[in-house]
Design a protein around this ligand. Sequence first.
Ligand code: BGC
Length: 740
Amino acid sequence: MYRKTNRSRIAAGIFAIAIVTPQHTFARPPQGDIASVARERANTVVSQMTADEKVVLTHGIMPLPLAGPLPDLPADATPGAGYVPGIPRLGIPSLRETDASLGVSYVMGLRHDGATALPSGVAQAASWNSELMYRGGAMIGSEARSKGFNVLLAGGVNLMRDPRNGRTFEYLAEDPLLSGMLAGAAIRGVQSNNIISTIKHFALNGQETGRKFVDVKISDAAAFESDLLAFKIGIEQGQPGSVMCAYNRVRGEPSCASDWLLNKVLKKQWGYQGFVMSDWGAVPGIVASIKGLDQQSGEQLDSAVFFGEELKAKAATDKAYAQRLDDMNTRIITAIFAHGLDKGALKSGSPIDFNANAKVAEEIANQGIVLLKNNGALPLAKSTKTITVIGGYADGGVLAGAGSTLVHGEQGPALSRPVFGKGVWAGFISEQYHRSSPLEAIQSVAKDAKVFFRDGRYIADAVEKARQSDVVIVFATQWTTEGLDVPDLSLPNGQDELIAAVAAANPRTIVVLETGGPVKMPWLENVAGVVEAWYPGVRGGPAIAAVLFGDINPSGHLPLTFPVDESQLPRPKIDGSDWLEPDFAGNPPTPESKLVANYDIEGSDVGYRWFARTRQKPLFPFGYGLSYTTFESSDLKLSKRSLTFKITNTGRRAGADVGQVYLVRRNGETKQRLIGYARVDLQPSESKKIKVDIDRRLLADWRDGYWELPAGDYDFALGESAGQLSTSVRMKFKAARWTD
Ligand code: BGC
């Protein structure tokens, strides 16, 4: 039996026991019929195509002013990430593509419209809630459709191999089960709108430094048990119409021309029937088509248009290319039909209920905020007389991550600070804040309090005000962006010094973090509470205030490990960060430059698995998150195919907990893996029984093209987090071997 906190006690009288089957049951959603009908229709269309028509769907532009003014766009194109013309004669619509997984991106205001910004990917994932991921996906997909898009470049599922990765905020988790299940749910939501979602970036796109040329070294076993498993689960659960390949190289080949990744694994081994689109500017040449790439995206960013006239000419003389070209078209058209892109006219400018959509974003923020520390000061009393809010532009808004995912509301950002680059990239890479002021939200919850604000630039002044206040709330930010990794995990701009000084002046100091991922907390011992709000989206302000004052009982759990410092990570520095200049594009400084990232160091032991293997104690473990009530997980029982356990709310408030079950040892050897989880809402004293099906891939090793389950003793434990585990329960498994 495991107790969540030492304050917890077993409640007298459990009054309800219900069996809850959590969202992840590993049932693979039915796709067979729709996919095979779509494929048959696609075959018929392809048989009617002329040679010219066969190279229409295979490449497209980025309808943005990349170098100079906006190019003349076809009548049905709208500024966004991509445009691929249709073939009206054959009833094939154009593909109108927009980023990304946090909402319809703003593309520097060129469309003169706004959209609803979800919290960052890591914030969404901290909910551990597939149903909510689905709703978020459905909402942003509906906005994409209303703005005239039929492809959403969502589904970022790369595992967080390094918390310094500039795109950590976009991705979901460091664990393949959690990442895959949540990405799959979001993709299903997006595609419920008769649009296609991608899953991306396939694969092993684990760092932004030198992203266009870094070569990832990884063994088969390590790849299949980690990043590839996340993609596999995401594809099974979400059935995305398209897979976007990545910028980086894998084992010497560019991902978008990797025979191993695209032909052998994705299409042959996994039987994927949709199409592979390139990342923007990631196509090395026409040979990529033979290696499994089906569509060249954002072609102005490549050195040439390879999949147009050049491919047509090649297909006219080379049978292998001719066959490939038919297959490329079949796959693209199958996805178009399977996801209903040919149904109903696509009209930009359809009305959007921004209020209703913002509520979805707020719900996700409510469930994704993680309470990391509470010495009893939280929740704050609404009757608090004086509150000083410091830093983080908390008077204006909440921070957003930068790059292609950046979404703006109708009025644009509350604040935009150019950070990096010139020309067009400067528009993508600036520090921006959504219009959702935590300061205003705090004042509207604590109506009678005197609420002061200091921007934090002058420490002595902030300290003086802190000393005069009952409570201090410091907002600390770590801005991160696509294209650039952070050099280390410290809070930038002297914020650590500010927090330490303020905490020394007032012991009732609460730190609210708006970060892309983990940061170091040298002041942790001296503050009363820490709330990880991530980049909390369009309603971040009210969500933060609701958690601080207890209107929302925090329930988020970390989807990645927070290390004490960088020395605990598999690599002391991100490969290349010591000799490459920061560069959004990530190109090599000279054509001969080489950069290798050796992922065999940690292999498939990403995140908490690395910490278990190396017996290190992180600052906050994967799966960790506090609540204003207490829970107890107990009664773990196992069978070959499923496991059950019970969660009880042992405190006095209603709340939600995330029950977690881990494999902890196999035949006596430490081997930690998340096997199942469930998020449950519980009234005080209520219990729920959870049943989780076991996915054997999570217990197995990948060896010589098979999943292999060694015979022997498997020990499982309940976990409040990956770092706080119950006594284990043993189960014997017989040896087994299977393909996917
Ligand atoms: C990013 C993709 C994005 C694409 C289109 C690339 O730089 O890596 O995630 O979808 O641009 O904007």
